[in-house]
Design a protein. Structure first.
Length: 749
């Protein structure tokens, strides 16, 4: 939201109250409270008839400073609030004649005490990061509507770029954009998003999380080109300043604060195939898909039933449509015998025709209107209501309905929707602010389902396919990118969304391979299969047409088979990095600037990514097979073509459908498995080590875990001249190795 007309003028309907100077402070334990009046005080009379902002600095954990700005403290400040973890940090508060220094870990917030010189400067040690100062921190009053807004503006340095704010499909670098935190079902070709996370990071290595579940509005180098502005309606604004010194360190700090992703089961990393959305299907259809994949030797691991496993108009009744699936228990058993896991589509809406509607309404489990009735709409399902997950009994009721499906043989759920949440004339069971619940509803919905899966299937066996999310949603993996189109442009915008989402620590992310809307040309389908199987989770899904490869062309089957098998073979490497996402909060899919923060050429790259810390992927987005990408310094090795490439420069190549830029970073031991048909096997049995040490003196190491995340094998290697000394501990069977790029002598020690 904009409040000014240019740099000097405030919009005519707005009355500002800026923090102008320091007046006083109080210290209570580890809390520092600053009082900042709206004008320069020259005498006692100036203290009358003016407003003042109260600014509190606290620290929930080391190198995280929370800033709370309040105008009228007596105004309601209702939740929900995203839960955060607090770890008692070492905090120091020191005062000089001109400054107050609030320090948590290596991070300092320095308050300027000089008359007329309001400001707070943030530092990483002695390195300046950002600041708020003249005409930045404010309360704005709209004289026409009577609404108040709290505003903060943090400085941007020359060459500083802003990233994140959820799964955004707009340009990856957010400078110059206006972004509002409001979950909506808008597809991937718009500025609105399914997953709005009020957290951004910059290439200087720090991040800012606004502590509001509501409609946070951002002006990113747009209203003031030197600043990131964020504002919320009300009389209070809270934000966390996080400093991990590097982008990767700050993502780790953010996930420590808001929750680390759970570790998904290894089987979920395999290939998922769905019925598609509005297609006609029954057991003969689905069995034809499953058997067709087996006949073509294409490994398949999860089969998903989309909406029409339930009868029309009754979403959700959580009951298999008896006309189409007369024997669901037997069918699921038959599919389990084929080695498949089963996923079914659900949402949090209960259509009026569903037998569950009256049950939920009578028990008070549906969201109510302020007049005491049930909130209903004909949008999506006729007369549908919305489960009120703030009611603990409604959560238990919803979980009981899903448990019946788990008992039947379902393994996981696609938690679709969760964005179309009303805000007007509704009242939640726990009294939550309806505007803030609009985004936060996604957190409660996915947590409800995920906790059921952990309870019934066990920790480490729970996985979702979720579309909507907000702060903390990364704890309930995995997430997919929503409704994309069957085109190269949509492939690229989908990747931008995944890169942006990863900046908020969403460790496990997927997308609809082949595009959701329309039917892709064969070339787009094959290129998307490459991209999808080099993502953490891989699903073939569409809208009104099927996504089995033989419907595109014969070569599509060969391409899909090759990359499914490649992913299965890479599972020792991928699962080790899945464990890092779980334990350290660093996602599998990483923007280039996160992995190479000192290489300025990486700052704006959005058509390539790192998959873990050692594999660079550059999907092909052109029908002629051309791809242009940047390689950081070093000698890289293409895992598919066997060619080496010098880094520190841009490269342009042409690839057929069986290859793409998939490059091994210099100084890598890449652990691969002998199994290439399943993702869930003993990763440390018969492990194959690909060693890439192109330069003398290089040293590297890697670990291989089991499916519970326990390290079962460790390998390290050192190159000296033309020799490599390899040391391996653990593992079983035959642990083999291969040197990539050149002929070198290897000695085991």
């Amino acid at each position: 939201m904009k409040f000014t007309s240019g740099y000097w003028l405030v919009r005519k309907e707005m009355t500002p109250l800026y923090a102008v100077e320091y007046a006083d402070h109080r210290i209570l334990g580890k809390e520092l409270t600053i009082y900042a009046p709206e004008k320069h005080i020259t005498g006692r009379g100036d203290c009358l008839n003016i407003g003042m902002l109260t600014v509190r600095l606290t620290s929930p954990m080391e190198d995280v400073i929370k800033v709370s700005i309040t105008h009228f403290q007596g105004e309601p400040f209702k939740g929900p609030f995203a839960p955060v973890k607090e770890i008692d940090p070492k905090v120091s508060i020191n005062e000089t004649e001109t400054e107050i220094i609030y320090q948590s870990g290596h991070t300092k917030a320095i308050v300027d005490k000089r008359p007329g010189c309001w400001g707070i400067r943030f530092f990483d040690g002695e390195r300046p990061l950002t600041d708020t100062g003249f005409r930045n921190m404010a309360r704005m009053k709209n004289n026409e509507t009577g609404k108040s807004y709290m505003v903060e503006q943090l400085a941007l340095d020359i060459g500083e770029y802003v990233y994140g704010l959820g799964e955004r499909f707009t340009p990856f670098v957010k400078n110059g954009q206006i972004v509002d935190m409001w979950n909506e079902d808008g597809g991937t070709a718009s500025e609105i998003a399914y997953k709005n996370i009020p957290f951004y990071i910059t290439n200087k290595g720090y991040g800012v999380l606004v502590d509001s579940a509501g409609d946070v509005s951002y002006e990113i180098a747009s209203e003031k080109v030197e600043r990131v502005q964020f504002s919320v309606e009300g009389e209070r604004l809270d934000y966390y300043f996080l400093n991990g010194s590097t982008p990767k360190g700050t993502i780790a700090k953010y996930t420590l604060l808001t929750g680390r992703p759970a570790l998904p089961p290894a089987w979920s990393f395999g290939l998922w195939l769905t019925t598609s959305f509005t297609t006609n299907y029954d057991e003969d259809t689905t069995s034809g898909f499953i058997d067709g994949m087996a006949d073509r030797n294409i490994p398949l691991h999860v089969f998903h039933f989309d909406c029409y496993w339930m009868d029309a108009y009754e979403w959700c009744n959580f009951t298999w449509d008896p006309k189409t699936f007369p024997d669901p228990v037997g069918m699921l058993a038959r599919y389990h015998d084929k080695g498949l896991k089963i996923c079914v589509w659900i949402n949090p809406y209960i259509g009026q025709k569903s037998p569950l509607f009256e049950e939920a309404m009578t028990r008070g489990y549906l969201l109510k209107k302020t007049n005491g009735g049930v909130w209903q709409t004909d949008m999506w399902q006729a007369g549908m209501g919305l489960v009120d997950f703030t009611n603990p009994d409604a959560v238990i009721w919803y979980q009981e309905k899903l448990k019946a499906l788990l008992d039947m043989g379902v393994d996981c759920f696609k938690t679709d929707f969760g964005e179309r949440i009303p805000v007007k004339d509704v009242v939640y069971f726990d009294g939550s602010d309806p505007v803030k619940m609009h985004n936060y509803y996604a957190f409660l919905y996915n947590r409800c389902v995920f906790q059921l899966l952990e309870r019934e299937r066990g920790i480490g066996e729970a996985v979702l396919f979720a579309r909507s999310a907000t702060t903390g949603g990364q704890q309930f993996p995995a997430h997919w990118g929503g409704d994309c189109s069957a085109s190269y442009s949509s492939m690229a915008e989908t990747l931008r969304g995944g890169l942006s989402l990863s900046c908020a620590g969403f460790g496990f992310w997927s997308h609809d391979m082949g595009g959701f809307e329309q039917t892709a040309p064969a070339d787009v389908y094959k290129r998307w299969c490459q991209f999808g199987l080099l993502s953490s989770h891989s699903r073939l899904h569409g809208s009104s047409s099927y996504r089995v490869p033989w419907l595109f062309d014969d070569e599509a089957c060969d391409v899909l088979r090759k990359f499914v098998k490649l992913k299965c073979a890479l599972m020792p490497y991928l699962y080790c990095h899945a464990l890092k996402a779980h334990e350290e909060g660093i996602p599998l899919l990483r923007p280039m600037f996160v992995e190479f923060p000192l290489d300025r050429a990486c700052d704006t790259l959005d058509r390539q990514y790192m998959l873990g810390d050692s594999l660079l992927v550059a999907p092909v987005f052109r029908s002629d097979g051309q791809v242009e990408y940047y390689l950081p310094k070093g000698i890289w090795y293409n895992l598919l073509t066997g060619q080496t490439a010098n880094g520190g420069m841009w490269r342009k190549e042409t690839h057929d459908f069986f290859s793409l830029p998939l490059l091994v970073k210099p100084g890598t031991i890449l652990a691969t498995g002998r199994e290439n048909t399943r993702p869930d096997y003993d990763f440390s049995h018969n492990t194959h080590l690909l060693i890439y040490l192109p330069e003398d003196g290089m040293h590297t190491e890697t670990a291989v875990t089991d499916q519970q995340g326990n390290i079962k094998m460790h390998a390290q290697a050192l190159r000296t001249g033309k020799n490599i000394a390899l040391h391996v501990t653990g593992g079983s069977g035959t642990v083999s190795y291969e040197v990539l790029g050149e002929s070198l002598e290897v000695s085991l020690c």
